[in-house]
Design a protein around this ligand. Structure first.
Ligand SMILES: *[C@@H]1O[C@H](CO)[C@@H](O)[C@H](O)[C@H]1NC(C)=O
Ligand SMILES: *[C@@H]1O[C@H](CO)[C@@H](O)[C@H](O)[C@H]1NC(C)=O
Ligand SMILES: *[C@@H]1O[C@H](CO)[C@@H](O)[C@H](O)[C@H]1NC(C)=O
Ligand SMILES: *[C@@H]1O[C@H](CO)[C@@H](O)[C@H](O)[C@H]1NC(C)=O
Ligand SMILES: *[C@@H]1O[C@H](CO)[C@@H](O)[C@H](O)[C@H]1NC(C)=O
Length: 483
């Protein structure tokens, strides 16, 4: 019998173990609800377990408060079927409350007061349970902030006396006749450091204020005429033409009977020396200082000419600077395009302004005596320097040709010019045929024909007859002559 008992207990234990097929274990715990029945060790599949809302909570609409033990030994899932009871909006006059959640059981709120009010009590409250009902555990209140009585002043009166001065109230001051009120005539009760009642500014002061009549040499008044000036009176000035103002146009009579900012002065407008340009010179003598409105006219330097439509006049301006000149009011004059006979200008040059330099090349057989020129000032305009370079292209002949068995006199000639003559002579034993000289012609070629050197009979040993030469033997009396 004891063995049978032991076996039965083992079975119960096995069934109670987690994961035992078919049974659910501990039902889930909720903050807002508890099971109606007494808890058991395990529940068979299909068991429906009922919950009831804990104190402070009520049923959430139609959500059923039941859970079921499922086939896989777990309890069915449930959303919140009980929610906190509502505490309602906390009532605070002259203030506000704030919460990050809702206003139900367990919620917390923070209180603040409107400006000018001070919080009395705890700034935090919680929706708590009291005698099965929910309510805010504490509610503070907002108390209006009070200022101390406003200060009294000498030589004046305080208007708006009262027993207490609370936030937002104002009082005014008035000075005795003939005195100026310095400061604010009305002050009001405000708050400092969040809770301290203070007056918006110190009480004003009553005193006699009289500023002397301001004088500005070389200037005149635009407003504030008259000679009596008291507190806060303003005078506006303007300088005469040709003068500029140092200081403020508008001055105000201050509480100390002085003008603030100080009375301005008018100083003469003077420009410094007019600007210099590389291409122009002032037409009149320049001075170190020129009055406002002075005009300086420039004329263009040699090699330049006035640019059409551009002004060469500058003016001394009110800010003591010279007006800006039209940029490049003088432009470079142009040289005419060089016409080079038997040659060309180096490079693709189309314009030849003042100071331009050009190089030339010549077509063979012409060479250059002068291979460059520059556009320079000439009289009122510009011209090429040197001026006669264009026909300077010169004809030269090549080196004189050599001939067989002869020599010429022009071996040291580098560039023979037209008219130069070269004379040929033949080696010993050779005889010249044709003119002895050739001349370099205007066309750069040597005159023709060239002389030739022929071998002669009885000449030096080894000198034979030239190929193709003919020998004619004649008998003249007792002489034979050979040609
Ligand atoms: C059991 O079954 C339900 C419904 O079929 C499912 O939602 C749940 O996730 C299952 N639980 C486990 C632990 O497998
Ligand atoms: C008036 O003069 C006093 C003393 O010189 C100076 O402290 C104060 O700032 C002045 N007030 C004004 C408005 O200039
Ligand atoms: C002077 O005045 C002219 C014209 O009003 C202005 O263009 C120029 O910038 C001023 N120069 C200076 C240095 O303020
Ligand atoms: C002209 O010739 C000079 C000297 O040979 C050279 O320095 C210069 O660059 C040349 N100018 C032009 C425009 O070809
Ligand atoms: C030889 O030279 C003379 C003078 O230089 C010239 O007048 C003459 O025409 C020349 N004769 C020939 C054949 O070239």
């Amino acid at each position: 019998a004891t063995r049978a008992m032991a076996l039965r207990w083992l079975c119960v234990l096995l069934l109670a173990l987690p994961g035992a097929a078919g049974d659910c274990l501990q039902p889930p715990r909720f903050q807002f609800a508890e099971p109606v029945s007494v808890p058991q060790l395990s529940y068979p599949v299909g068991t429906m377990l009922r919950y009831r809302c804990r104190p402070g909570y009520v049923r959430n609409g139609a959500e059923t408060p039941d859970i079921t033990c499922l086939e896989n030994s777990s309890w069915s899932k449930k959303s919140a079927f009980c929610i906190g009871k509502p505490c309602g909006q906390p009532d605070i006059k002259n203030g506000n409350f704030h919460t990050d959640t809702d206003l139900r059981f367990g919620a917390t709120v923070t209180f603040t007061c409107h400006p000018g009010y001070q919080l009395v009590g705890s700034p935090f409250a919680e929706c708590t349970l009291k005698n099965d009902q929910v309510a805010w555990n504490t509610i503070p209140f907002c108390q209006i902030i009070l200022c101390p009585p406003p200060p009294k002043i000498e030589n004046g009166q305080l208007l708006g006396e009262s027993d207490a001065f609370s936030f937002g109230m104002s009082v005014s001051y008035r000075c005795n006749k003939g005195l100026s009120l310095i400061g604010d005539d009305t002050i009001y009760c405000t708050v400092a450091d969040g809770s301290q009642g203070v007056w918006s500014s110190p009480a004003p002061e009553c005193k006699e204020v009289k500023c002397e009549n301001p004088q500005v040499p070389n200037g005149r008044r635009l407003s504030g005429f008259g000679s009596e000036h008291t507190y806060r009176d303003q005078v506006t000035f303007e300088c005469n033409i040709g003068y500029s103002m140092k200081g403020s146009r508008v001055i105000t009579c201050d509480a100390n009977s002085t003008w603030t900012p100080p009375v301005p002065t008018c100083t003469q407008i003077l420009c410094g020396r007019p600007p210099q340009f590389p291409f122009a010179t002032p037409m009149t003598a320049v001075k170190d200082k020129s009055e406002f409105g002075t005009e300086v006219t420039y004329h263009c330097n040699p090699g330049y000419t006035a640019a059409p439509g551009k002004s060469s006049v500058i003016t001394c301006q009110s800010n003591e600077t010279w007006s800006a000149a039209d940029p490049d009011f003088c432009v470079r004059q142009q040289c005419s395009a060089p016409k080079v006979e038997h040659g060309a200008v180096v490079g693709d040059v189309k314009e030849f302004p003042y100071e331009t330099a050009v190089n030339f090349t010549c077509n063979a057989p012409y060479t250059l005596k002068q291979n460059s020129a520059k556009c320079v000032v000439a009289g009122d305009g510009v011209d090429w320097d040197p001026g006669d370079f264009f026909p300077s292209a010169e004809v030269t002949c090549p080196r004189p040709p050599n001939i067989a068995n002869g020599q010429h006199s022009g071996r040291s000639l580098e560039m023979p010019t037209p008219g130069v003559t070269v004379t040929y002579s033949c080696k010993e034993g050779y005889e010249r045929l044709g003119n002895a000289s050739i001349t370099c012609t205007d066309r750069g070629v040597w005159s023709r024909p060239l002389p030739r050197c022929h071998g002669v009979w009885g000449g030096r040993k080894g000198a034979g007859c030239p190929v193709g030469s003919q020998l004619t033997v004649e008998r003249r009396g007792w002489l034979w002559s050979v040609r």
